[in-house]
Design a protein around this ligand. Structure first.
Ligand code: HPA
Length: 278
């Protein structure tokens, strides 16, 4: 595949999806590591494996399935990405964010993005859910902005505004749904790193000083692409482990998947509630 993805390549994928279902989703939902369960409750579901789509990367990570599930949640038409593409798998930023481009060319106005993250805020505990209020694009600052390359003028401007990456009204909605359901909803800033190695204690102290509350290996590029095309975004992090600021504990992918079991029902409640009002 060439370095940058063209509109024609995106539209080829959209055509393939449209040949399989006539559903017009109102939201695209990206499920993070260990949070795949929600896709199984989609009703009237049509499954499209990434491997069956032209130009489409395939997720290689344990805990990620690798297909679109298109159907209904709370009676609302949705497109769920069961398994996301990460930069650390060796894909380009264009490939990592291609699913968001597909959502945009399908005319989907909103994106709900979830992830597993390490809790950098000292009060966060494994199993917590955090509403993402803003993000730090550390990958972009090191030269990996997903908008590099020819601008897709049909979707958005060369220099898009990022003053509100996460939609405030959706955040407000998430807060009230969490409250109604007795779910403690943390809030904070997500910092996206490339991974796949977890952070050293010094990395984590640096990230904390920079204002990060949670750290992970995804989301930030997807949200930049979503905002380029003016999609409204809700972001939720499942805190799977406490960031190891003093080097006294070890972080593993298994604990990330395990924490997902506690986090999934809470994230599902919030997503269902937000969809009802969307
Ligand atoms: N660091 C980075 N990514 C993660 C972590 C973490 O501690 N936990 C889950 N994803």
């Amino acid at each position: 595949m060439q370095n940058y993805i063209s509109l024609a390549q995106i539209d080829e994928i959209v055509q393939t999806i449209k040949s399989r279902t006539s559903i017009q989703p109102i939201a695209g939902i990206i499920l993070g590591s260990g949070l795949n369960g929600l896709a199984d409750s989609v009703q009237k579901a049509v499954h499209i494996a990434y491997a069956d789509l032209p130009n489409f990367p395939v997720s290689t990570v344990h805990g990620h399935v690798g297909r679109f599930v298109i159907g209904e949640l709370e009676g609302k038409p949705v497109l769920v990405m069961q398994g996301r593409i990460h930069y650390y798998e060796g894909y380009t930023m264009g490939q990592v964010t291609l699913p968001v481009r597909v959502m945009q060319r399908m005319g989907i106005p909103s994106m709900i993005v979830t992830n597993a993250a390490g809790g950098v805020h000292p009060d966060f505990e494994p199993g917590d859910v955090m509403l993402i209020t803003d993000q730090i694009n550390l990958m972009g600052m090191s030269g990996l902005n997903p908008l590099m390359g020819p601008n897709l003028d049909e979707i958005g401007p060369r220099f898009p505004d990022m003053s509100q990456p996460y939609d405030r009204a959706y955040g407000e909605l998430a807060r009230s749904i969490a409250k109604e359901n007795g779910i403690t909803l943390r809030e904070g800033i997500y910092v996206g790193l490339c991974g796949p190695s977890f952070e050293s204690p010094a990395d984590l102290r640096f990230l904390r000083l920079a204002g990060a509350d949670a750290v992970g290996m995804s989301t930030v590029p997807e949200v930049i692409i979503a905002r380029h095309g003016n999609m409204r975004v809700l972001g939720l992090s499942g805190i799977s482990n406490k960031a190891n600021l003093d080097g006294s504990t070890v972080t593993t992918h298994e604990e990330v998947i395990e924490a997902g079991k506690v986090i999934t029902p809470k994230v599902e409640k919030i997503i269902r509630g937000v969809l009802r009002d969307m």
